[in-house]
Write a protein that binds this ligand. Structure first.
Ligand SMILES: NC(=O)c1ccc[n+]([C@@H]2O[C@H](COP(=O)([O-])OP(=O)(O)OC[C@H]3O[C@@H](n4cnc5c(N)ncnc54)[C@H](OP(=O)(O)O)[C@@H]3O)[C@@H](O)[C@H]2O)c1
Length: 331
């Protein structure tokens, strides 16, 4: 089969790879569409932990169940499905087990004609979504769901700040927070992306590349934000930590911009705020996220769709950060 394989550091190629065979409890999925996450690009350039070569990248996918390894699972055959990319989250909803991994490194992922996954990773495709939209859902929407609700405790009328609205996780966070009636503020390094975020329903947006961006936000929400969702870290981190409201949840899911700048401790402790790290979400949260998407008929933002033969150009686009929405690969 054809697959996008990371053969060594920065050696990412479309090559012929053996088609997987399902063991008991597993299923072979014929992938129809897959979508990229930043971890795919981090893996490509050697900036992801536990890299293993060769590996087929891709954590997100939508497809048809072609075959199963156990007779008991044959009702899944021909179902249109999406895949929960969690592997071994474990029993504790608060955090993942020590042998937790994510589909698409070190286990072979979805950027291929076929993928083999345990049957308990399969979920029926939401019927209001196209194949391309459904493929954009799993990893980013799960991360956003836990960040916004479990960790952020976002609800109606809360003031929520989401940074880097061009990002895949950030866009789901925006849609989820709006769906429950929160007042959402956004940042981006691109005015056009801010415009798009405002059109989606954000209340106010500011370009983090402009001098004094933090003061503009503070003027809009002088008592501070109830929830801050950040995947960037870097220089902005200390500025964000100064914008926490009383009892705020400042939720961190990534560090795209590197190590954080210093934070103002008195502001943090006098406001009784919480800084919370979050990663992915439990299997139960994955099911809750799908139910939420179905209930509110949420559709992922798609930036572009291209065939597998052009998939590597999507990695380059992600590196440049020009996209607004998910980069989808059809197979
Ligand atoms: N912990 C987890 O489970 C988890 C899950 C998914 C992702 N992540 C991590 O979270 C980060 C985002 O992932 P993604 O897949 O959503 O990536 P993505 O779609 O590539 O988005 C990255 C976004 O970061 C934003 N950004 C860059 N510099 C920024 C800055 N100085 N301040 C604020 N935002 C900035 C950009 O937003 P603009 O274009 O609007 O400027 C960009 O679109 C990555 O580091 C990824 O590894 C973690």
């Amino acid at each position: 089969m054809q697959a996008i394989v990371l053969e060594a550091n920065e050696k990412l190629n479309l090559i012929e790879f053996p088609k997987p065979i399902a063991k008991a409890g597993e299923a072979i999925i014929k992938i129809q569409a897959a979508s990229l996450n930043h971890r795919d690009q981090w893996s490509r350039i050697g900036l992801y932990p536990n890299l293993k070569y060769p590996s087929i990248l891709g954590s997100d996918g939508c497809g048809i169940v072609e075959s199963v390894g156990s007779e008991a699972d044959k009702n899944w055959i021909n179902e249109s499905i999406i895949i929960n990319p969690n592997i071994h989250w474990g029993d504790n909803p608060k955090f993942q087990s020590f042998n937790y991994t994510i589909l698409g490194m070190p286990t072979h992922g979805t950027l291929a004609e076929y993928v083999c996954v345990p049957v308990d990773r399969l979920h029926k495709k939401p019927i209001h979504l196209s194949i391309e939209e459904a493929s954009a859902l799993p990893l980013a929407a799960l991360t956003a769901f836990r960040a916004v609700f479990t960790k952020g405790e976002t609800s109606k009328d809360k003031n929520v700040l989401i940074t880097g609205i061009g990002g895949g996780v950030a866009q789901f966070a925006l849609q989820f927070a709006l769906a429950v009636g929160a007042k959402v503020f956004i940042t981006s390094g691109d005015d056009e992306k801010l415009e798009k975020g405002l059109k989606l329903g954000a209340f106010f947006g500011v370009n983090y590349k402009n001098e004094g961006w933090e003061k503009q936000l503070q003027r809009q929400c002088p008592l501070g934000f109830d929830v801050i969702i950040d995947g960037a870290g870097g220089d902005g981190f200390g500025k964000l930590a100064k914008m926490v409201g009383q009892g705020a949840n400042f939720v961190v899911y990534g560090g795209t911009s590197g190590s954080p700048s210093p934070i103002n401790l008195p502001r943090l402790f006098f406001s009784q705020a919480n800084i919370k790290g979050t990663t992915m979400g439990s299997d139960e949260e994955f099911s809750q996220m799908i139910s939420f998407i179905n209930e509110y008929k949420i559709k992922p933002m798609i930036s572009s769709v291209r065939p597998l033969k052009d998939a590597i150009s999507a990695f380059d686009e992600m590196h440049e950060g020009k996209q607004f929405g998910k980069l989808v690969i059809t197979i």
